[in-house]
Write a protein that binds this ligand. Structure first.
Ligand code: ADP
Length: 334
């Protein structure tokens, strides 16, 4: 019987042993979420097993019991102490079967997965095989439709903002255009936010196919004609290449232009207060769901509050770009 669907409810206290893993891209705050799951889990009488390296660890049995002290001194650390991996094998029938046999070996009755969209799709596959799951959204991209916030987003934004401020200093001194490529995979949520906080002249988003002449070159020339002498252009990685766009800007406008690809620096670092608190609250909520026997759900944030939603329903929600942010960004770049 498929366990995906609404109103899946076990008896309260039906589970005794939780498995917890982090999967996909790491995000600052994942450690705070692990800590919350372990501490709240033990507080509520669960045994908590830590699974290392995401679904790979589940397949190969890289599992150890967590204690109150195994999550000491991690709330301020980026990355994930459980480590993470991308597991192509897990996407196959063979991989799923191996994972299912391993949860039985370790007596894991319910799984808490911390990760992004791919991680939740994998969790849904497990739930279809009868493994109850609860997901916590952890990705710097903030690209999960069912939640307005994902753990790691704020820290990544602040890292990018720090870089923009530094680059702006040198762009000003040399009267240059700085083109910064930021992460976000197929989503432009990081790009649009730092576009506003960093005062960018132009933001190139994957959600809209940019026309280089009308969407990049023309606004930069207009800015120059209004008296600007240095420029910041943000390119979301899914929206184009900073190097190519920078070359075109220099050729077409004569403005000296430099590209910077921030890369994995955006995934590291000590989590901000927002990420630590959100991760802690989401981790506790996940354990509360397990205690109540409510599974196959994702913890989410709605209107600033911690909520939860059926996983299948959640995965059908597409995250929309906030159009208001785009129009505000354009006005403030004048
Ligand atoms: P994220 O969770 O950050 O989106 P990935 O997309 O890399 O990261 O997914 C993490 C892992 O989840 C993958 O390595 C794979 O094992 C599993 N996974 C990803 N996509 C799917 C899918 N469509 N179906 C089943 N499992 C998936």
């Amino acid at each position: 019987m498929s366990l995906v669907g609404k109103d899946i409810k076990y008896e309260s206290n039906a589970f005794k042993t939780i498995g917890v893993l982090t999967s996909g891209g790491d995000a600052p705050g994942m450690n705070a979420a692990i800590r919350a799951v372990v501490r709240a889990g033990i507080f509520h009488g669960f045994r908590v097993m830590g699974i290392r390296k995401g679904y790979n660890g589940l397949i190969y049995g890289d599992v150890t019991e967590m204690t109150l002290r195994s999550v000491s001194d991690i709330i301020h650390r980026g990355g994930t102490i459980l480590q993470t991996a991308r597991s192509p094998l897990f996407k196959t029938e063979e991989g799923l079967e191996k994972a299912m046999s391993m949860v039985k070996i370790f007596g894991i009755e319910v799984l808490v997965v911390i990760g992004g969209d791919g991680t939740f799709r994998g969790a849904m596959d497990l739930s279809k095989l009868g493994m109850p799951v609860v997901g916590i959204p952890g990705t710097i991209d903030n690209d999960i439709g069912c939640t307005e916030y994902t753990i790691g987003f704020d820290t990544a934004l602040n890292t990018v903002q720090d870089a923009i401020d530094k680059i702006r200093d040198t762009a000003y001194s040399h009267e240059r255009c700085s083109v910064l490529e930021v992460m976000g995979r197929h989503a432009g949520h990081i790009a649009i936010s730092v576009g506003i906080s960093g005062g960018a002249e132009v933001v190139v988003l994957p959600e809209y196919k940019a026309d280089i002449e009308t969407d990049v070159i023309k606004p930069l020339i207009e800015c120059r004609n209004r008296g600007k002498r240095h420029y910041v252009v943000i390119v979301a990685e899914g929206g184009g290449s900073a190097v190519e766009i920078s070359d075109i800007i220099e050729k077409k406008t004569g403005i000296e232009s430099r590209a910077t690809i921030l890369g994995h620096i955006q995934r590291g670092g000590s989590p901000t207060v927002r990420d630590r608190v959100t991760a802690s609250l989401m981790g506790v909520r996940a354990v509360e769901l397990l205690k109540e026997g409510r599974v196959n759900r994702l913890v989410a944030m709605t209107a600033g509050k911690i909520t939860d939603i059926d996983i299948k329903e959640a995965m059908e929600i597409k995250k929309e770009m906030d159009l208001k942010l785009i129009s505000i960004g354009k006005i403030l770049a004048l």
